[in-house]
Design a protein around this ligand. Structure first.
Ligand SMILES: C[S@@+](CC[C@H](N)C(=O)[O-])C[C@H]1O[C@@H](n2cnc3c(N)ncnc32)[C@H](O)[C@@H]1O
Length: 214
């Protein structure tokens, strides 16, 4: 079956994301990222690692991280960040829909604010399932569709019009937990909470959790 081409070229978004780093931290995002990574061990793959905001927060029980990032500017920043990280991190080019890794070669996968941006969530999650060993974990921290009708309608409207174009392919109205379960992961723990990273946009509902690969 032929897959849609997965190209990532978002230089303006990448610059904006780099600029937003300090405001995200000032709003306390590192607490969520710490929760995302707490207790991880062994070999980890992080998909769409951006400029490596998770890197300083990996626990020392992690043996090594393969960080996949397709956007050149963000990847360059991630390579710099990896050099300072408390665990060994290799940053490579690649896309979520075709991960540069063998089957079942990781104990855990990390998806952090990336399943909103991939062109095909089901394909990205199938790839994560392929590279995570049976019984391994998927840790996720994502913004998702709102519970309430009006907010969800606004998110869908934004997705259908301007938002993916101005926000590096991001979508606000994705039901990411449903996609995770559809892909063959069992969600074991999760919580929803509002978080506003900076601009006043209706992408505030976030979810953070752990899913187990069957
Ligand atoms: C909002 S940023 C989040 C970056 C990082 N994960 C974090 O937590 O800060 C979205 C990231 O997804 C990446 N991305 C977009 N499309 C992708 C794809 N098809 N495959 C892998 N990563 C992708 C972008 O390049 C960017 O780094």
């Amino acid at each position: 079956m032929s897959q849609p081409e997965e190209k990532v070229h978002h230089p303006l978004f990448a610059r904006l994301y780099l600029r937003m780093t300090s405001s995200r931290k000032a709003r306390g995002e590192d607490e969520h990222r710490r929760d995302l990574l707490a207790g991880l061990s062994g070999r980890v793959i992080e998909v769409g690692a951006g400029n490596g905001l998770n890197f300083p927060l990996y626990p020392e029980t992690v043996e090594r991280v393969l960080a996949v990032e397709p956007e050149p500017l963000l990847r360059e920043a991630a390579i710099d960040g990896a050099a300072e990280a408390p665990v060994p991190i290799e940053v490579v080019d690649g896309v979520a829909g075709r991960l540069p890794a063998p089957d079942q070669s990781f104990d855990a996968g990390v998806a952090s604010l990336v399943l909103c941006s991939v062109p095909d969530q089901d394909l990205a999650l199938a790839e994560l399932r392929r590279v995570i060993r049976p019984g391994g974990e998927l840790r996720f921290y994502e913004h998702v569709i709102a519970d309430h009708g009006i907010a969800a309608r606004l998110q869908r409207l934004a997705d259908a019009t301007f938002w993916p174009r101005v926000a590096g392919g991001c979508h606000m109205a994705r039901d990411t937990e449903a996609a995770i379960e559809r892909a063959g992961f069992a969600i074991e723990d999760h919580r929803r909470f509002p978080f506003t990273p900076g601009a006043p946009v209706p992408s505030t509902p976030h979810v953070l959790g752990v899913a187990r690969r069957a």
